[in-house]
Design a protein around this ligand. Structure first.
Ligand code: ADP
Length: 580
């Protein structure tokens, strides 16, 4: 209710009013109908006509009201869809990387998104409908009490079993769908594999289509069979139990019809009671099944609320001793830092002690999985260390405001995003405040070694990259994309720490070296950290850190490390011989 009220106050009030009308108008129709029949039986010409005209008027108002109700509901629904999806996405902004890397969280997000925009409205409509049915019911119940109290009780009792069954099935349906979330996610994934541009090459050349299609079919068939079984059981029980209500109705019909034939009641009253009983029964059934529906809605809503309640990182608290920062030596210090990914037993990094001076040019080397990317995730505070701490300019990272911290650091990851946007925006996102700052974008492109690119693309800086939204969009080569990503890093003119995590691997060795030489020159005075597998690039760093299995095993300049005859020298020689 709170969600709907927040989204559309006027609409909620309108919905309430229209619902009230739809509760009362049918009563009026039934009453006018009785008066018509009584007037006919009395052979009163004028009165008959008057009541028919009145019925027309009431039915017309009822029709109008039904339209208004549907309209208001559609509008509130659309409004709510926008607001709730925004809320879900806003929440996602405050989550951490670990959430996104966690499949359970991902299920929760998918479920919240899938159902969230329709369910709250359904709950609110349900509440109003219950009020509507209750009012209708009280009205008809009052009418029926005139003739038989037993009839009223029968009306109520006959509807209960069907409702109970309905609620049971709602719960089963919900359980089944929640339980199935991983399968549904897998289906979506196969759809993505089979139906998207990036995967098409490999699907075709490896001939993977039939295999994945087969898996999709198996999964989808299983889900279909479960759905079908539940639907059949639901329909079967619904039919059996509604027969019960039907029997009770005809029992009542027989009773009032006999009363009328014995002229205990008028024909008008016969029609009134029959309408009242039938519609009362319907109203009662609808009331109970609406309750059942709300019950189901609430089960779904609990997903949304669970998602919205995921705790996010506390706003930064400045630790004690923070004021010392001004006197502290500028630079980055890793103090016995260790890190385990959530839910993992192995340490991705352990006992890392390192002091990086301000302005130092550092390179990280090590085989795959040695922890280089993890090191950067910790430095950029995408994760907090499991043990130890990282200190920047005398202040622990945890004490920095996350936004302010990230402003100081420019990072390009090896799996940087290839935005389906224009070339200029693809570079501009490196510093969103300057997204439209053309001169800055141009200069970033130049520094990133991509100044030729706008000249070769149709549309220049405004050329669309990728073809998702534009058939004319340009498909860049891997190396061209990497130059775009590098330019993105150069958008961050104010960042004093620059990190490049292998974003140049698709460039040829010569191009990479040229770019890095320029990078080193352009980033003078800034702290730079680069990960690369190419030694000509690595050797230009002031200091090289060699990681192995999450620990620092060697450090020093290229020359020092070569003298040492250790891991670095081994890797270097492999590459020199052309093995790496
Ligand atoms: P590198 O960048 O040197 O190739 P990473 O830092 O990516 O290495 O990985 C270090 C270790 O952490 C590896 O053992 C890897 O399996 C593990 N790891 C990396 N990312 C995740 C993750 N999101 N969840 C769990 N484990 C991870």
């Amino acid at each position: 209710m709170g969600l709907v009220w927040k989204s559309a106050r006027g609409g909620t009030v309108g919905l309430g009013a229209a619902t009230l009308f739809s509760a009362l108008l049918p009563l009026a129709v039934a009453y006018v109908g009785k008066r018509i029949i009584d007037a006919v039986v009395e052979k009163n010409d004028a009165a008959t006509l008057r009541w028919v005209v009145l019925e027309l008027a009431v039915v017309a108002v009822l029709a109008l009201n039904t339209r208004i109700l549907a309209l208001v509901r559609t509008i509130i629904g659309a409004r709510l869809g926008v607001d709730i999806n925004l809320e879900i996405l806003e929440k996602a902004q405050n989550l951490e990387l670990s959430h996104f890397e966690d499949p359970e969280f991902y299920d929760q997000l998918t479920r919240a998104r899938r159902e969230a925009s329709s369910r709250p409205l359904s709950v609110v409509t349900g509440v109003f409908q219950i009020v509507q049915y209750a009012l209708t019911l009280v009205g008809y119940g009052g009418l029926l009490l005139n003739i038989s109290g037993v009839a009223v009780v029968g009306l109520v009792l006959a509807a209960l079993p069907a409702t109970y069954a309905e609620m049971r099935f709602s719960t089963s349906a919900f359980r089944m769908r929640s339980f199935r979330a991983p399968e549904t996610r897998r289906l979506a994934y196969i759809e993505f594999l089979l139906g998207s541009e990036g995967n098409a090459k490999e699907m075709m050349t490896f001939g993977l289509g039939p295999t994945f299609l087969g898996r999709y079919r198996d999964l989808a068939e299983t889900i279909y069979r479960e759905d079908r079984a539940l639907a059949i059981r639901r329909a079967g029980w619904g039919f059996v139990l509604s027969l019960l209500a039907l029997g009770v109705f005809y029992g009542f019909y027989a009773f009032v019809a006999r009363e009328a034939s014995r002229t205990v009641i008028t024909i008008g009253n016969l029609t009134l009671y029959v309408v009242a009983f039938r519609q009362g029964q319907q109203a009662f059934q609808s009331l109970l099944s609406t309750l059942g529906g709300m019950f189901e809605d609430n089960l779904y809503m609990s997903n949304l609320f669970a998602y919205l309640a995921i705790p996010t990182r506390e706003p930064a608290k400045v630790e004690e001793g923070a004021e010392v920062a001004a006197h502290a030596e500028p630079g980055i210090v890793f103090e016995d830092v260790g890190f385990r990914y959530p839910g993992k037993d192995e340490w991705a990094l352990r006992h890392v002690n390192l002091r990086i001076r301000k302005g130092e040019r550092l390179a990280l080397v090590g085989e795959n999985g040695s922890g280089k990317t993890t090191f950067i995730k910790l430095l950029t505070r995408l994760y907090d260390p499991t043990e130890g701490r990282i200190v920047l300019d005398g202040l622990p990272l945890a004490a920095y405001d996350a936004k302010a911290l990230r402003k100081r650091i420019g990072v390009i990851f090896q799996d940087f995003v290839r935005y389906q946007l224009s070339l200029s925006e693809n570079v501009g996102v490196g510093s969103v405040e300057h997204l439209d700052d053309r001169p800055r974008v141009e200069s970033a492109l130049e520094r990133g070694g991509a100044d030729e690119l706008p000249k070769t693309l149709k549309g220049g800086l405004d050329a669309s990259l990728g073809r998702w939204f534009n058939r004319e969009g340009a498909e860049l080569s891997g190396g061209q994309w990497q130059r775009v990503a590098l330019s993105r890093a150069f958008m961050r003119e104010d960042a004093d720490i620059l990190v490049l995590d292998e974003p140049t691997s698709a460039l040829d060795a010569e191009a990479e070296q040229a770019i890095f030489e320029r990078f080193q020159e352009l980033s003078k005075g800034k702290t730079t950290l680069l990960i690369s597998h190419r030694f000509p690039t690595v050797r230009t760093a002031d200091r090289i850190i060699v990681l192995s299995k999450g620990e620092i095993v060697e450090e020093g300049s290229h020359e020092e490390l070569l003298k040492k005859d250790g891991r670095y020298r081994h890797l270097f020689q492999l590459q020199a011989k052309g093995y790496l």
